[in-house]
Design a protein around this ligand. Structure first.
Ligand SMILES: [Zn+2]
Length: 477
């Protein structure tokens, strides 16, 4: 026996004590959580929303003909949750380019009437697939219709699709609520690596091109919903990346559609739902070319594998109560061009510049002024102290996700974008200063007047903090 062994022996009682503690503590914490969370109720519902007929497709201004068939179906899915105080939350995900604000407003009104659900309890998220139909939104927008120069018949077809979609979504929400049954919730996460920053600094400014050195958020957050019988009933997962591997003429949910499909195949009876994250400046790579459908399926597989990896460890139990808040923050646009400048750019060589200017001149004519602010929606949902979900409107760049995750309190923070109103890009101050597509150039494809003012990031982040404070759960409730 050497001196070393004697020292270890002397330490043994203390070591044993600490080992026991290490085993005992997490178990008692877990058991307490497990008992609390038995009081959840959860329900899911899913429908196909692929248009029955050929329609113009949303997302790329360059398309010159309507859709031709489909690669796979587009879906709308709803997850209804109820905590032990009977507080409800419904999350709806759709395989579409965006959520038009009028559609959000229509649903808000009708879910209140039909299901007594407040606006803060409804979270709508679009996967941002660029292989879905054009929706009615504004009269000039990459999300709306007349940007594409559609005929009156085609616009009528879009409007009919949206009217029917709204009715279907309302019914879907009702079905998810009806399906509610006792459940357990758990949060877990893993990673997927195919998203790459798409803002490359060049001599000619920022170009839309893969940038392996730019910021990314490769996290795959997962909320798992298990029935009382221990069966996995639903998986809500997120990723911060444009859903744009494809650019053809067939309807498809793109990589996010394939990921949902693969998860549901691997877990029969489970509903998989995708929530788009802050992927405004992220693209899936590789993409394009003759192999792009293969890439799309591979990215779908990579994301599904990310979700499977997240499901492998024991999830952190998520307790209630649900505390949700939804509010509007006014965002300022940068100083607007004068009428003289507008008249000048109405003669531009660029047809999108010309048409965008025309839209602004019409607004000036009609209202005597061009809007100077945008009413921006921010939603926060807190699941006790276990999970804080932030749902931001618009195409939000990745800086917001990284910043909010580092600033917000709580065990886990999940930042979704493309929620409740998808109208254009939301740059961070960094992106705004650097310039390029997401900073302001993309405004050309919307009916908004131009870039946001430099206050954009602080206004949004301050509103998120305010709502997080407002929804804090005081102990003993
Ligand atoms: Zn986009």
């Amino acid at each position: 026996m050497n001196r070393h062994t004697i020292n270890i022996l002397k330490l043994r009682p203390a070591l044993t004590f600490w080992l026991l503690c290490l085993i005992a503590l997490p178990c008692s914490t877990y058991c307490a959580h497990a008992n609390q969370q038995a009081s959840w109720k959860a329900g899911v519902a899913s429908i196909v929303i692929t248009p029955d007929e050929s329609m113009w497709m949303a997302g790329y201004a360059a398309r010159d003909k309507p859709s031709e068939g489909k690669i796979n179906d587009l879906h709308a899915k709803a997850l209804a949750l109820e905590d032990e105080h009977d507080t409800r939350l419904v999350i709806v995900t759709v395989d579409l380019l965006g959520i038009p604000r009028p559609m959000r407003d229509w649903l808000t009104e009708h879910v209140k009437e039909s299901y007594k659900l407040g606006p803060e309890a409804l979270l709508l998220n679009a996967s941002h697939t660029h292989s879905g139909p054009v929706l009615r939104e504004a009269k000039y927008s990459i999300y709306g219709n007349t940007l594409y120069g559609l005929s009156p018949e085609q616009i009528q077809q879009n409007n009919k699709y949206v009217d029917e979609l709204q009715d279907k979504l309302l019914e879907l929400i009702g079905k998810a609520i009806e399906n509610m049954a006792p459940a357990k919730l758990g949060y877990t996460h893993a990673r997927a690596g195919f998203a790459m920053n798409r803002r490359l600094k060049t001599e000619n400014g920022i170009q839309n091109s893969p940038n392996p050195d730019g910021p990314v958020d490769h996290n795959v957050p997962v909320l798992r919903i298990d029935g009382q019988d221990g069966k996995l009933r639903a998986v809500l997962f997120g990723y911060a990346c444009h859903n744009t591997t494809l650019s053809g003429y067939e309807f498809c949910g793109d990589y996010a559609g394939f990921a949902q499909e693969y998860i549901e195949q691997a877990h029969p009876g489970t509903t998989a739902m995708f929530m788009a994250g802050c992927g405004g400046d992220q693209n899936p790579y590789p993409r394009g070319g003759p192999n792009t459908l293969d890439y799309c399926m591979q990215h779908g597989r990579a994301l599904a594998n990310g979700v499977e990896a997240a499901l492998a460890p024991r999830a952190h139990p998520v307790t209630g109560p649900i505390r949700a808040a939804l509010d509007t923050v006014m965002l300022d646009f940068a100083p607007l061009p004068s009428r003289k400048q507008l008249e000048q750019s109405a003669k531009s060589e660029n047809k999108y510049q010309r048409r965008h200017t025309q839209v602004l001149l019409e607004e000036l004519e009609k209202n005597g002024k061009i809007r100077t602010t945008y009413p921006y929606l921010v939603q926060v949902v807190r699941f006790g102290d276990d999970l804080t979900m932030v749902a931001l409107a618009g195409e939000v760049v990745v800086d917001y996700s990284l910043r909010l995750k580092s600033e917000l309190p709580g065990q886990a923070v999940w930042v979704a974008a493309y929620s409740n109103d998808v109208f254009g890009y939301i740059p961070s101050l960094r992106v705004l200063k650097e310039g390029g597509y997401e900073a302001g150039d993309a405004m050309l494809y919307t009916d908004l007047p131009g870039p946001f003012a430099p206050s954009v990031e602080e206004r949004i982040v301050a509103k998120v903090h305010e709502l997080v404070d407002r929804t804090a759960v005081s102990r003993g409730k």
